[in-house]
Design a protein around this ligand. Sequence first.
Ligand SMILES: *Cc1c(COP(=O)(O)O)cnc(C)c1O
Length: 467
Amino acid sequence: MSDRQTLLRQIPSIDRLLAAAPLQSLTGDCPHVLLREAAQQAVAELRQALLDASSDTPDVAPETVAARAAELAKIAVRPSLRRVINITGTLLHTNLGRAPLCATALQAVNDVSSGYSNLEYDLDAGKRGKRFTHVEQLICRLTGAEAAHVVNNNAGAVLLALSALAGGKKALVSRGELIEIGGSFRIPDIMAAGGTHMVEVGTTNKTHLEDYRRAIDADTSLILKVHTSNYRVLGFTEAVTGTELAELAHKHGLPVLEDLGSGLLLDLTPFGLPREPTVREVLANNIDLVTFSGDKLLGGPQAGIIVGRKEIVDQLRKHPMARALRLDKMTLAALEATLQLYLDPDKAFRELPTLRLLATSADTLKERCEQLLPRFTATLGDLADITMTKATAPVGGGALPLAEMSGWVLVCQPRSLSLNRLAGNLRQAEVPVIGRIQDDQLYIDPRTLAIEDEELLLQTLKDALTP
Ligand SMILES: *Cc1c(COP(=O)(O)O)cnc(C)c1O
C-alpha cells in the first residue's frame, strides 16, 4: 500500500502529459481543450487504478499515461456518425443507413453542394424556380405518372397526403393493413397526426369490397391502401385489389392513396425475388396517388416520392406541410442521379449498389467465399475455425418481407473468445464491423462486403479475435 502511496505522488501533471510526445503529435488534429480533457481523464483513471488495491500496479510513467490520453483524445474527435462494414448480408439495413449510394449520386452531391446551385432558380427564365422540378419529369417518365412531388421520407409523404386530402375528415383503411414499420411509423398514429379520422374496415385476415362500400358516408374523403411491407397474413385471407378499390372510390368521387413502402421501378423476378407490382403497374390500376421511399429498393437517398394525378399532387404542394417536409439540395442531387440510371435498366443493375447486390447470384457468392476462405484461414486459423456454408439473408428495410436472398457465407467460430466478446470487439474497431450471429457462430456474408474492405475486415477480425 505504501508503494502505491509513493506512486500516487508520482502521477504526472497535466502540463507534463500535454508536453509528452503522444499528445504533442495530436496537436494539429485535436483541439487543445479536448487534449487537456483527455489528459485529465487518463490521470483520473490512473488514480483510480492506484487506489484499487485489487488491480495490478499501473505504470505511472508520463509516456504511458500520455499514450492512454492520446487514445482517449482520438476517440473524442472521432465523428459520431461513421462508416461501418456490414457483413450481415442484409441489403437495406435500416440501422445501417439502408441503401448505399451510387457513384454518380455522390458526385452530384459534391458538385451541387460544395458551392452554389440552381436549387430554386429557373436558368431559362432568370427568375425564381421550384426545387422539386429537378426530378419531377424524370419520376413521371419512369412511372408513367401525370405529376410527382418529393419530400423528406415516405412517412412524410403519407402524412402530407393524409393531411392535404383527408384532414378533418374520414379515411377508410382495411384492418389487415394497420402496419407498424420500424417502431415509429404506425398507420393509426400517422392518421391521427394528419388530423384524419381513421375508419377501420373488414377484419385482420379478410376485407371485402362490400366492407369499404358500407363504410363510405358523406364525411369520407379518402380510401387508403397500405403495402404490408414487413409481414404477411397467411392462411384464409382476402384483400381488395387496387383496381376494384379505385373503381368503388371513383364512383363516390373519392381518391385512393396507396402507400407502397419500398416501391419498385423494375421487375425483380429474374433475380429469384417474389413478384411485386412496380410503381407504374400500381398507377395503371387507376390509383390516384402512390407514395414510396427513396432509400429502400430504389437504392437512392432518404426521400419520400409521391406520384399520381396532377390535380391531387398540386393540392399536396399547396399544403403548408409540404414546406415543412421539403427536401434539401444534397438529397435532390443524389435522387436525380439515382433516377437517371433507371433510364437504362441494364445500367441501373450495374451501377446502383442496391440492385447490383440484390442481383448477385448464389454461385458468385460461393466463388467469393472460396477465394476468401484460404486467406481468412491463413490469417485467423490460430484464433478461429473458418468454414463456409450456404445461407440466406433478408433484403431488409421493410421491403419484400418474406423474400430471402440465397447465397453463401464464411462462418467464423472463435477458439477462445465468446461470440458476444467478438461482436463487441468488432463494434469497437476503428471502422466498426457489424455481423450476424447465427447458430453460435459469426456469419460473414460477402454480399454486403465491398471488395475494397476485405483486407480491412480481415485485420479487424484478427485484432478482435486476439484475446
Ligand atoms: C418503409 C415504409 C414506410 C416508411 O418509409 P420511410 O421512407 O422510412 O419514411 C411507410 N410505409 C410503408 C408501407 C413502408 O414500408
